[in-house]
Design a protein around this ligand. Sequence first.
Ligand code: ADP
Ligand code: ADP
Length: 230
Amino acid sequence: MIQLDRVSKRYPIPGGGGRDALRQVSLTLPAGELTFLTGHSGAGKSTLLKLIMMIERPTAGEVLVDGVPLSTVGTSGIPYIRRKIGMVHQNHQLLFDRSVFDNVALPLVIAGFPRADIGKRVRAALDKVGLLSKEKLNPVMLSGGEQQRIGIARAVVNKPPLLLADEPTGNLDPALSAEIMDLFQDFANVGVAVLIATHDLSLIDRYDHRLLSLRDGRLVADREEPAHGA
Ligand code: ADP
Ligand code: ADP
């Protein structure tokens, strides 16, 4: 689903030189698998997500999304790549001036889906996160866990084959985090490649998912088996 082949990213520093945010990173994220991405602040997690989303371009190496080498994708092709990717943010970035339904519908409205189609897809996404009954409410009336689930419904409403999450449980207690993790697992079970960037070692420890660790821009660990007492 996603492949990185010896990807490096160097940000220019004003006045000369550069900062290496990623160095020679190679990895594959297959469809139907849930993967954690971890590393200290500054290790390169956000940069990796930005390269996949085409917010940044690599300095060297190649990123492939759904088999498409991103070096071959020009600016006009970026929306086409982004449509394959659902993004879940830590602070969910919901709009409090409109209903739950309209928040989830937003990506489809922007992509120009027909009205009737939008209703069907939004309700399917809300049903998947267990919040169909709340479609008319303003998200401000929902709990933190419910708001995060709305954020997830919005990320998956156009059925992207890839789901990226940046600290999706950052503001949630362990019980709510577990709910969100169950949802991600459901998407992996239907074939979505799920990548969860997190600092939360207790979260990583509770699940035996694959773990990618970055340190100073290098991939230092790629484990398939559970970590104990990390
Ligand atoms: P993380 O998400 O793991 O905290 P980042 O990918 O944000 O790591 O950052 C990796 C390194 O790249 C850090 O040293 C950071 O300061 C640097 N960096 C990130 N974005 C920029 C940028 N736009 N310009 C210059 N340096 C940056
Ligand atoms: P349909 O065409 O009937 O809407 P699809 O063939 O696109 O359904 O998908 C088959 C099943 O896989 C659907 O029931 C859907 O729940 C699930 N699915 C596939 N990809 C995703 C995704 N990215 N997010 C949520 N569900 C998905």
